[in-house]
Design a protein around this ligand. Structure first.
Ligand SMILES: Nc1nc2c(ncn2[C@@H]2O[C@H](COP(=O)(O)OP(=O)(O)OP(=O)(O)O)[C@@H](O)[C@H]2O)c(=O)[nH]1
Ligand SMILES: [Mg+2]
Length: 432
């Protein structure tokens, strides 16, 4: 059991799937919304390694307690399962353990819900020890309530599409074992967290920090690449990034800042899953400024912004200075430019860019400078000529507003971010 938790085997074969959701009202808007959500679910399924052959929807105000869909719809779905030889059905909402059990019994194939599918993608994409530990914990916590008195279901439920989850070989597993594993993983994460803290304390280059946040696929990694001339992994799939990557970025006033790319958010992500990413998202908690990247070419801009804001609130970082960065402006057709004007007036602290074309990047950097300046103070310092290296170090961590030379020294008027005040003082002490 213990060993099998450590390994996720990847199957290369793609599975045939159906996706389903209920539409809660008869209004056209509810129908359009459901189509959007199913489009996104289909992309998620594709990322996880399943081909969606059929979509099912049912208009009803509330899901059925026993099977989510009504009995007639489940019958219909069952016919499709047989005819199309489906191996999997994915529901757009979180299902209760009872619903999963009933549906699996009725349909005879694997049943997943949106959070289960997302977990599956995370599990197959996690690379670092930290991400793997976080995912395993999230998987166990998510599946534990679904395992009650259904131990023979463990393998079916745990194994998602692309991955063979923990416990596949151990049908005789018991809850106590899983709980022990959960506490072990929590300890491991606590240790990783402490290591992070130690690393942070030891970091001599305490620069201002900016974190990129946003809906998955908005272009966060692409933006980091253009800001830092780096080559972080970019892909037209959901959840390309799972680990935080930090790069140094030079602003137009010569100041260096650290910019971190983070995991994307998505609608209907249970808060528990977000919480399991706490260690990765610590970078967001540490940031001085958030760049909230939004795909301006999307049909669902407002909903994406709302989902990200709610997630930031969950993480208790919603109060941080934030710049909304509308990316992919190149995808907005010329005759829809009015949309950009509308967004600009609805979101006063926003910048419009195209990470592909490099458009708007200077304006974005200037906005960052402006926010950093608000939390900076002016300092007049004198650096002796024989410590000129200190003057150039100061140039990296503060903005030099004025520079005057005397016979033996250089006089600098600096604008120093509050985060760097103590570092400037330490540097000056070296020159004293
Ligand atoms: N047309 C256009 N496409 C873009 C732009 N920026 C990014 N993309 C594309 O959008 C897709 C997603 O980009 P990423 O940078 O991976 O997005 P992300 O926000 O990091 O996504 P996750 O890590 O999956 O959350 C890729 O196919 C990019 O090439 C842009 O300015 N214009
Ligand atoms: Mg990314």
């Amino acid at each position: 059991m213990k060993e099998s938790f450590e390994h996720f085997e990847t199957h290369t074969e793609r599975e045939k799937a159906a996706i389903a959701c209920i539409i809660r009202s008869t209004k056209a808007q509810a129908r359009a919304e459901a189509t959007d959500h199913l489009d996104e679910l289909e992309r998620l399924a594709d990322t996880a390694g399943a081909d969606v052959l059929i979509r099912m929807t049912q208009e009803r105000p509330l899901p059925d307690g026993a099977m989510y869909l009504g009995k007639g719809k489940v019958e219909e779905l069952k016919k499709h399962v047989e005819m199309l030889e489906l191996q999997l059905v994915i529901f757009d909402d979180e299902l209760s353990p009872v619903q999963v059990r009933n549906l699996e019994k009725e349909l005879g194939i694997k049943v997943l819900d949106r959070p289960g599918l997302i977990l599956d993608i995370f599990a197959s994409r996690a690379r670092t020890r930290e991400a793997k530990t976080q995912i395993e914990l999230a998987q166990l916590e998510y599946f534990l309530p679904r395992l009650t008195r259904q131990w023979t279901h463990l393998s079916k439920q745990y194994g998602g599409i692309g991955t063979k989850g923990p416990g596949e070989t151990q049908i005789e597993t018991d809850r106590r074992l899983i709980n022990t594993r959960i506490s072990k993983l929590k300890e491991k994460l606590e240790l990783i967290k402490r290591q992070h803290e130690i690393r942070r304390e030891g970091r001599s280059d305490e620069l201002a920090r900016v974190a990129l946040v946003g809906y998955t696929n908005a272009g966060k990694s692409s933006l980091l690449n253009i800001l830092a001339s780096s080559e972080v992994f970019v892909e037209d799939r959901l959840f390309a990034t799972l680990d935080a990557t930090t790069r140094s970025v030079t602003l137009s006033n010569g100041q260096h800042i650290l910019t971190t790319d983070t995991v994307g958010f998505i609608r209907k992500l249970p808060p528990k899953l977000v919480a399991s990413f706490r260690t990765t998202l610590e970078e967001v908690e540490e940031a001085d400024i958030l760049l909230h990247v939004v795909d301006a070419g999307s049909k669902d801009i407002e909903e994406h912004i709302a989902v990200v804001k709610a997630t930031l609130e969950d993480l208790k970082v919603a109060e941080k200075p934030t710049i909304i960065v509308f990316n992919k402006t190149d995808l907005v057709p010329k005759d829809e430019r009015y949309k950009i004007e509308d967004l600009a007036s609805n979101y006063p602290h926003s910048v419009f860019i195209s990470a592909h074309h490099g458009y708007g990047i200077t304006t974005l950097k200037d906005e960052i400078i402006a926010i950093l300046t608000e939390s900076s103070s002016e300092m007049n310092v004198e650096v002796p000529m024989d410590h000129y290296e200190i003057a150039s170090k100061l140039h990296e961590i503060a903005e030099v507003k004025e520079r005057k030379y005397t016979e033996n020294s250089v006089l600098l008027k600096l604008l120093v971010h509050r985060r760097n005040l103590s570092r400037v003082e330490r540097l000056l002490a070296l020159a004293a």
